[in-house]
Design a protein around this ligand. Structure first.
Ligand code: NAD
Ligand code: UD1
Length: 334
């Protein structure tokens, strides 16, 4: 199959590209490189032994997108392109609505015109807001608590409406929990520019000595050790979830569906810190600070629906996540 990956040069998209190329699919990456760089293409090629086609362009340029869809004979799209930092979305909401919401409208218009109606969308567990029960299944009410979350919810609503209006669409929205880890080669991983917002890359940089210490955002939650609990999932498992979702999309009747991509298990901040210390054999200094506004105590997925319909389940352990992330951190000389 010929698949277009918008945002395919990013953290998750690059891992999906490697897997799809390995499965014999043809991959076109469409990315404006606003949060990635061209060198990732060479690294994808090095791992996969094949080079994806690449377009340096913005998803808001609907005509360019339409041309790429037509000229490359695209059959399915995986839409990862977008902005993802919660704090930044609070300061610059319009940028988030432009990239994430206008972006998907532009994409859907181009797909409609080019008659490509098979789409997988990168959504987030953030659409569940503050959990009213755990584990979070796909029936849990949705509620966005920040502009980033609102963009993901708006996108899901738009996708549901499009699918309702035209039953020839096949769309899956995948709600990722907390993707961490890296490719085993050490060539692909999470490499945020500036100070990381998320826990795993922050721990890596402290272990590597580029940051002094981690601030733990609160140790007074009602959890096993007082720190926040999240469902960390290996990025390669997330990528495999997309391959399973692509297969399922081709076989099903329902125009729109949503699936969680998580492991079903939660780990606390202290457990993550200990796991990273174990694999790196480096003591990671930390201080306990106040809670981060908007954080919830615990968040983890019900994985039943993905297992039943996609035939997919996460396989990798917390140790695999930490080892691969550390390997990527040590290898970061490219
Ligand atoms: P990333 O920033 O590494 O990758 C996103 C890519 O999209 C980047 O390469 C960037 O250059 C590109 N991009 C951004 N805006 C664009 C635009 N307007 N036009 C073209 N390209 C554009 O992020 P990621 O972690 O790989 O996340 C991919 C998707 O998954 C995002 O939509 C994100 O919201 C979603 N998601 C990520 C996480 C996570 O923890 N990483 C969790 C839940 C959901
Ligand atoms: C965050 C976003 C979420 C987004 C996800 C992936 C918020 C409120 N949520 O999820 O919408 O989909 O990233 O991009 O930002 N922690 C620390 N110290 C740190 C960093 C984090 O103690 O320096 C703690 C947090 O309080 C949390 C856990 O580590 O308990 C995980 O945090 P993080 O990696 O930022 O992910 P989420 O908050 O789950």
């Amino acid at each position: 199959m010929r698949i277009l990956l918008t945002g395919g040069a990013g953290y998750i998209g690059s891992h999906i590209a490697v897997l799809l190329l390995g499965l014999g699919h043809e991959v076109t990456i469409y990315d404006n490189l606003s949060n990635s760089d061209r060198s990732v293409l060479g690294r994808i090629s090095k791992i996969a032994g094949k080079t994806p086609d690449f377009f340096d362009a913005d998803v808001n340029d609907s005509d360019v997108l339409e041309g790429v869809l037509r000229n490359q004979n695209i059959e399915s799209v995986i839409h990862l392109a977008g902005l993802k930092a919660v704090g930044e979305s609070v300061s610059y909401p319009l940028e988030y609505f432009k990239n994430n919401v206008s972006g998907i409208i532009s994409l859907l218009g181009a797909m409609n015109r080019a008659n490509v109606k098979s789409l997988i969308f990168s959504s987030s567990a953030t659409v569940y807001g503050n959990p009213s029960y755990l584990p979070l299944d796909e029936e849990h009410p949705t509620c966005a608590v920040n502009p980033y979350g609102r963009t993901k919810l708006h996108c899901e609503e738009i996708l549901s409406d499009i699918a309702n209006s035209d039953s020839s669409w096949r769309i899956s929205s995948l709600r990722y929990f907390n993707p961490v880890g890296a490719h085993d080669s050490g060539l692909l991983g999470d490499n945020p520019s500036g100070k990381p917002n998320n826990l795993a890359p922050y721990l890596m940089r402290v272990a590597a000595g580029t940051l002094d210490h981690v601030v733990i955002f609160g140790d007074d939650y009602e959890t096993l050790d007082g720190t926040g609990v999240r469902d960390y999932i290996h990025v390669v498992d997330v990528a495999e979830g997309h391959c399973a979702a692509l297969t399922e999309l081709g076989d099903r009747e329902l125009p729109f569906n949503v699936f969680n991509l998580g492991t079903g298990y939660g780990h606390s901040v202290f457990q993550m810190l200990a796991a990273f210390e174990n694999v790196s054999t480096i003591k990671i200094p930390y201080i306990v600070g106040p809670r981060r506004p908007g954080d919830v105590a615990s968040c983890f997925a019900s994985t039943e629906k993905a297992t039943e319909f996609l035939g997919w389940a996460a396989k990798k352990t917390l140790k695999d996540m930490c080892l691969s992330a550390w390997n990527f951190q040590k290898n970061r000389s490219f």
